[in-house]
Design a binder for this molecule. Sequence first.
Ligand SMILES: [Zn+2]
Length: 1049
Amino acid sequence: MSQQGYVAAPPYSQAQPGMGGYQGGFGAGPAQPLYGHYGGQPQAFTAPPTGIMKSPVSSAAGMPPPPLSSQYSPNIQQNGAHPQRYPAPPASSAYGQPAPSPYNSMASQAPPPTQQLTNQMSAMNMGNYAPGPMQSPPPPAMGQPPMPPGPQSPLMSPPQSPPATMAMGGPPMAGPSMAGPPMAGPQMAGPPMAGPPMAGPQMAGPPMAGMGRPFPGPPPPGPGGFQQPGPGAAGPLGYQQQAGPFGGPMTGPQPGMPGGFPGAPGGLAGPPQKKLDADSIPSITQVIGEDQERQGGQVYSTNVRGQVPPLVTTDFSVQDQGNASPRFMRCTTYTLPCTADLAKQCQVPLATIVKPFASLPKNETPLYVVNHGETGPIRCNRCKAYMCPYMQFIDGGRRFQCGFCNCVNEVPVHYFQHLDHMGRRVDFYERPELSLGSYEFAATLEYCKNNKTPNPPAYIFMIDVSYNNIKSGLVKLICEELKTLLENLPREEGTESSAIKVGFVTYNKILHFYNVKSALAQPQMMVVSDTAEMFVPLLDGFLVNYQESRAVIFNLLDQIPDMFADTSESETVFAPVIQAGVEAFKAAECSGKLFIFQSSMPTADAPGKLKNRDDKKLVNTEKEKTLFQPQKGVYEQLSKECVAQGCCVDLFLFPSQYVDLATMGDVPSHTGGSVYKYNNFQVETDGEHFLRDLRKDIQKSIGFDAVMRVRTSTGFRATDFFGAVYMNNTTDIEMAAVDCDKAVTVELKHDDTLSEESGALMQCALLYTTISGQRRLRVHNLSLNCSSQLMELYKSCETDSLINFFAKSAYRAILNQPLKNVREILVNQTAHMLACYRKNCANPSAASQLILPSAMKVLPVYMNSLMKSAPLVGSTELSTDERAHQRLSVMAMGVEDTQLLLYPRLIPLHNMDTSSEAPPAPVRCSEEGLTDAGMFLLENGHSMFLWLGQASPPDLIQSLFNVPSLSHLQGHMSSLPELDNPLSKKVRSIISEVQDKRPNSMKLQIVRQRDKPEMLFRQFLVEDKSLHGGASYMDFLTYVHREIRQLLT
Ligand SMILES: [Zn+2]
């Protein structure tokens, strides 16, 4: 049983005609799904296309021959027994902080010649995996001692979590209600099916994605586009059943899935589902609770290759012992399959989610900065990987072999060090780059634009002063807040004030720039009304040091609301505002961030003018994707310019109607920026919510003008990237800025066979400019296991990371494909991954049993929730801007954020121990968990509700709201009164703790059971049937189980 994972009998007692809950979930399969091609004509799925897979032989060309494994086993295994090598990093650590660069005044300097940062990167990375002179691996170094055998053998897996069967309460569910006959194929295709049932063994479901790649996007530009999966990609080792979708005729609608995708909650129309015991199917709250119990409060050491970290929801601390902390890098699996065939067979996506600037808790050591002075960091000559624990020193310390490309490099004289009897450099523990997973290098001038030390970044505040924003009081609110916010601009540790410069622009149809030079008594305004050719009318005095110009800036902030108090101008521009920011940064030769506060769609006659193209009739049609596509042209070009200059755009939107968020959010989502949205903004109810966001945003730790490169050891590589990034080529991930909450999801693919012995190594190197203008390289290293046993892969999966990948790839796919296809691919890939486990890894058992791998047992809950998420659900009741907003937000999210978004926390507050420190444990996100006399807090990182049962005890209402009963509650409350009693204090402290933890502020919405606004709350109960047409968890699981069984017949 230990290998079986979760086992359950089918949770249904009869053949399920029609799967009542399903109508909305995923509609019927199209006759010719647009699968696997991008804009071309529909393909006839007759034969596997040729040339999809590179053969290992051809891909090996130009690569060094496979290494003799013993020569360079990653030496991270040596790291084991040294708990704490470094004292807490003082500003003057042993590694030498680079001296703060002198600030170059930007005034009156000529604009620099435009230079793309990529020039530098390409110079830096010359020869990366390019065919070059073959370099033989060295002969095994004589006299080099073998790696010490130890507990951290590279092949050793970390202790696995107990099999799910234990957790799930053991034996298959066999209550009377579930003991029915197992469903058999034909019975499944019950009456409500629209269209022909699927025939026979040729399981002809909707399109399957190959290679764990659910949504093939457009092939990456440039040479080296590789392994585009497509129909027919299923290899000889794949399921025979897989031949169906590609070889036979495509099916019509899914059996049991009434065709179409009703906009209304038609899912309710099916036959009633048998009520099931919710506790009998895998529960996310239980999985989270168990992991917290097992690993909460513990120290997680990163000294074991391929070790699966605690869940993102678990509270643990990290000790870096040679691999990057899971706060920086997480993976969908920590054991890669050895071959592309195996990867294709199981279809588990291989990806790593990198959050290069992740915040570390106070008890963890910030990254050390290594300064090699003018010589710069040591790198491999061939692949340009940076010195790291995976470099193997040989030849008495005179040479090192690169763990990534196997090239043997000379050790520069100044870096030479003797080896100890273990073959390890004697300075091993004094050099972070030899013994840690994450560290920084001070970058030399060759890593800087134009070989010049960068100026510190600047923040420009750009305030829409059109009629709506003045009338709502927003402009006044912003100006007031800035006075205190500017005091708290991010600053380098140990410095008195921030080096960040600030500038101010107001605008409606025209732009007003302000001279706030410290020498002035009064700020001066300069107007630019020609928005077609945007320029910055002043250089000196526009971007200033806040501390020096504080008096003039205060003066300006006081005046702005009055200056425009009588405005009747309601039209605005938008693209010229961004353009002005870029021009200002160009002139000042700096990078930075624009904070744009805008209320409406830019309709004034200017570049980037938009018109209302919202059309609900497109929902559930082939053209629905156009609602998510940004308008091409001006904004595309602007993104490019912004990234080249290191100009990040944060957009705060205050719309009262459709604003074409898909287009307005385009530049922010390519520049590492964020989009915030406050519908029908009112200062009284939304002001605090907005200000919390603004404060968090301004104070985030952040790097500018960044380029990231992911290097891998031979046999696999990074092939696709999802995030608020810009890709000029296939490898350089450009980010105008990257803050502590932004993550890039990197897809990995094989191009050769991986070795179990040497494993798979990754190095993410991020070149960026600090908030004080230092150029740095941040390096994160992670080593994974490789196995030819699929069981090992399934054991090492991380569901939270998998769902992050699926969410991002699905949200990108809907730009190009009908939503219906995307949903189908998600379901099918889920079924396929689980079926492959069942076939290859689980003990034989009755087909009627649902067997889930332990590490994936809650994948179906998340997957179902993803399919019901606003962008994917296809309901006319959801606003187009809302859907576009969620799509863009998710693209930049890390694993924690997608986990919470897709499975909100539902916390019971009515029966908690108010004297306890810890908040109550969350319960399942289902109506079943609610009680009439209960009170619950629900939060998902974006929305927060306080739900009050209609039978809430009056004393509880009194304690919290200071009113005698529910009926006395005011509508539209967005905060709790501050009352001096234990319950009130406890609830408010839980709420504020949650607010502090999340990247975004959430507006508290108070809803009473059975009141109309309760509908809003109910859509977050993701285990239940969705109001907008999505299946309940149980229905989904039932459906997936049936799919699995069909795949296995
Ligand atoms: Zn190398």
